[in-house]
Write a protein that binds this ligand. Structure first.
Ligand SMILES: Cc1cc2nc3c(=O)[nH]c(=O)nc-3n(C[C@H](O)[C@H](O)[C@H](O)COP(=O)(O)OP(=O)(O)OC[C@H]3O[C@@H](n4cnc5c(N)ncnc54)[C@H](O)[C@@H]3O)c2cc1C
Length: 536
């Protein structure tokens, strides 16, 4: 078991707030230093917004959790300044294979096209991810960012006072209180904050158990770097199995066990080892981590409750098929933080925060729908569903048209905010994939990447079009990024941003989503779209 679990990364230190005679007031308090709380705090620190992060722990979360990180979250992590270590350490993969019984029925490439800086996925243990986030947070702190991470600070009460939120915090040296203008609750699936405000979830609990084993294998020549998924394999009859490579010669094995199991018996090392041997054959391995999990697909009805805003697992949960948990949580805070910054600066009305609710509930719904469908396909709920599923799997080997029906987990893709109240005008000649609401699609620009030239501010991306270098609309600055779509040797910009048009002007939000687009610059139209995308 990795030593990282024993290492306090943000040990408890007494803070001046604990000696204050009245509760100190802070702009933003983030509850939870899991991946989503830390992502939010780094984003805020990059904007120079004073932030306190409170966590009841002082180290990375225990055990084996997320391993698959998708391209869009990697791009968000690049914007947060910590994407590179993820990619350097992680195992990049694009290829997935699906098996039925002992036959491969088909394979798929998640990033079939080139011209992207980041791969479809990297696999990396969640504890490394959390460590890199803490490292980045510390680097920003060292550079003078007004951010503080308080370990062993457990939030035990929350009172919504209207304009502020009063928090009671338990520490090894007793309790204290602080006030916050806004609280971002990233305190995980069991979210004490949710309970303290008397809020609940809507959704489904799935009745199935999965055994997770992280194993270290020295000899892996016959194990390619791919996602491999088995339906009804001989080594786990009637159930499913999943195999993924992680760094440090660690492999994730995920075996479906069914509902009526004896958990204590199943988790015994000798039983786990015998299951793994049936799967992997005569190969040497060591167990690094074993657990049995069940899961839910559910979300809070609303993510914003006055000045308390929920993100990550606290707001929504999905089954791990599709790797949508941490990946979608990062998209929550990517969506929220720039809005909060504008509201705090008085450059947008507070109602802009309601668009977080609209856009991220839409994202969560999409994830829950995909995740529930995958789960229903993987674990059929009736004999007739199982017959249908097996017929689809059988046919898919020979009939490519059937393959879209096979669902071994539709893997995380970024959400497009279709219908968002922040979206401005569109133009029919421009490509659908970069329509208003969509995240930008990366493309090479010279020796660099489009994605690296974007983010953290409003920008006007012009392709073969004229526009001023900088605009200021009601205090919101918009910088131009001028590109020549005829210069790229492989025409990526043209395909992704021009379509049938000769020129284009894209208004991009600080989270790198398209707000509006035209074929030519029009000062009034752009100003109107900036106002709309900032909630005015
Ligand atoms: C088996 C498994 C596999 C998974 N695979 C993937 C995958 O491949 N890809 C993916 O994207 N996701 C995956 N996930 C989901 C992913 O692990 C979660 O979505 C992610 O950890 C959520 O992060 P979070 O920050 O919202 O919550 P958490 O990681 O749960 O962090 C919450 C934090 O809040 C703190 N806290 C709780 N209560 C308090 C309190 N009262 N006061 C102060 N602090 C508090 C906790 O100590 C913790 O640090 C997987 C999950 C599991 C279980």
């Amino acid at each position: 078991m990795s030593k990282i679990f024993e290492l306090p990364l943000y040990p408890y230190k007494r803070s001046a707030d604990q000696d204050a005679s009245t509760p100190a007031r802070h702009r933003i308090v983030v509850i939870g230093a899991g991946p989503i709380g830390l992502g939010a705090a780094i984003d805020l620190a990059q904007y120079g917004v004073a932030t306190i992060v409170l966590d009841d722990n002082d180290r990375v979360s225990w055990g084996s959790r997320a391993i698959c990180f998708a391209k869009r979250p990697l791009e968000i992590l690049d914007r947060l300044g910590c994407g590179q270590p993820m990619v350097d350490k992680g195992v990049a993969w694009n290829l997935g294979k699906v098996y039925f019984d002992n036959r491969q029925v088909y394979e798929f490439n998640l990033l079939a096209e080139s011209g992207h800086k980041r791969p479809a996925f990297v696999n990396l243990q969640q504890y490394y991810f959390e460590q890199y986030l803490v490292d980045r947070f510390r680097a920003l702190e060292a550079d003078g960012a007004p951010a503080e991470l308080r370990g062993k600070n457990s939030v035990t009460a929350l009172v919504d006072e209207g304009a502020t939120v009063l928090l009671t915090i338990e520490t090894p040296e007793g309790a204290y209180q602080i006030r916050a203008d806004y609280v971002i609750a990233c305190d995980g699936a069991n979210s004490p904050a949710r309970r303290m405000l008397g809020l609940d979830f809507v959704g489904r609990v799935f009745e199935d158990n999965f055994l997770i084993a992280d194993i270290v294998m020295e000899e892996t020549a016959s194990f390619p770097v791919e996602r491999r998924f088995w339906f009804d394999p001989p080594f786990n009859r009637g159930q499913s199995a999943l195999l993924h490579k992680q760094p440090d010669k660690v492999w994730r094995v995920d075996l479906q066990l069914g509902w009526n199991i004896d958990r204590e018996k199943e988790i015994k090392p000798e039983n786990v080892i015998s299951r793994l041997k049936a799967f992997l054959g005569d190969i040497q391995f060591e167990l690094e981590w074993v657990s049995i999990y069940t899961f839910q697909c559910r979300r809070m009805e609303k993510f914003r409750h006055g000045h308390v805003i929920f993100a990550g697992d606290a707001a929504h949960q999905v089954s791990p098929f599709g790797a949508r948990g941490a990946n979608s949580g990062l998209q929550d805070t990517d969506n929220l933080i720039w809005k909060l910054k504008l509201v705090l600066d008085g450059k947008a009305p507070e109602s802009l925060l309601d668009s977080y609710d609209y856009e991220r509930v839409h994202g969560a719904e999409e994830n829950i729908l995909n995740s529930s469908r995958s789960t229903d396909f993987i674990t059929p709920k009736s004999e007739i569903s199982r017959l249908f599923r097996d017929a689809v799997l059988d046919l898919s080997e020979r009939v490519p048209g059937i393959r879209p029906l096979v669902n071994s987990g539709r893997l995380s893709v970024p959400c497009t905010y279709d219908g968002s109240p922040l979206n401005g005008p569109d133009h029919p000649d421009l490509p659908a994939r970069t329509r208003p609401g969509a995240p930008v699609v990366d493309a090479p620009i010279g020796a660099s990447w489009l994605i690296d030239a974007l983010g953290n501010r409003f920008q006007l991306l012009t392709l073969n079009a004229e526009a001023p270098a900088r605009l200021e609309i009601d205090g919101v600055v918009v910088d131009r990024l001028a590109l020549d779509a005829n210069s790229g040797s492989e025409d990526y910009l043209r395909q992704r941003y021009l379509g049938n048009a000769d020129s284009a002007v894209y208004l991009l939000r600080p989270d790198q989503h398209v707000a509006a687009r035209w074929t030519h610059y029009d000062a009034d139209a752009v100003a109107e779209a900036v106002r709309k995308s900032t909630g005015r």
